[in-house]
Ligand binder design. Sequence first.
Ligand code: CTP
Length: 327
Amino acid sequence: MTTSEKRTRYWLDGCFDSFHWAHINAVRQTLTLVPSQFPVHITVGVHSDAEILKNKGPPLFGERERYDLIRGCRWVDQVVEDVPYVTQLSTIDQYNIDFVVHGDDPVLDADGNDCYAFAKAAGRYVECKRTAGISTTSLIERILHPDKPRISSEEPLRELLRAFSQSATPNVPVLTGEKGVLPEEFPAARALTWGAWDCFGAGHVELLRRIRDAGGGSLIVGVWDDATVEEVTGEKPLLAHLERALALVQCRHVDAVILHFPRTPSRPLLSSLDVSTVVTFGETYDADTSIKVLTVDCPPLQTVALLREKVHAQLKLFEDRQRRKGA
Ligand code: CTP
């Protein structure tokens, strides 16, 4: 390997259950964690459903969905499926890893073993700061109690959105509503799509890939605010507006994001963005201009209703097991 090909290779492992911006922020922090003259290469190891069930409890998203969701993150170079819950040196050696990264909270397996004991003993363990404000448990709470507020303050999410946007190469511009002006250097072949992007999962990653391919250039994605999502779907979104924007900015198929996007864009908005193509995946759209309109097939997407069904089924299984134990 020549010096120009050398990378500092990091390994992050975990459940990566559902779209959870704290997980993504751990990956993002890895970009600048250890000062190095070499570019960073990030491998993410993801546990199987069986491994999570044994050590933590049932995951919300199935393994295939969790593998493909994190594969869609722009800062992830490689995903290794079905990795052991306790990080093994043989696994990280197989992928030539320099350092294992994890948030600064202790993680134990079902038998009380430190999941990172081997990496720590080998001097190959680095911690990043755990991101407060979201957890898989809090997402389950939101699913079960849809009327509870999603977030307590927008400010930390705004800060994170700035950080995500600036950590992307090139930066992902985040604009607002009808005041969409893209930077001069933004590529001229521009496709536009829009929607809720709620319960962001592997289906959304695949959908955005299809849309970007169909558009044939850079992709600008509009995200509806919470009131518009509720108006369209009749249900409060699981993820708040800025959380859904974070999901888009971290996605490798997205080049720019527009907050507070209208339910359907006006002609002045389309001309201010100077888009060449509109790509839809559900409702048809009549641009009534010279703009090309394409439609792609939408893969199956996660919804709040599907997730709620799953959580209720898991709760029922748990209660039945407890009842059998008590009998
Ligand atoms: N992580 C973090 N901040 C959080 C949650 C996770 O920085 N609030 C980090 C973990 O430390 C780990 C990576 O994200 O490096 C993947 O974590 P994962 O095992 O998927 O999640 P949990 O730590 O189990 O958290 P949760 O139950 O909320 O998913």
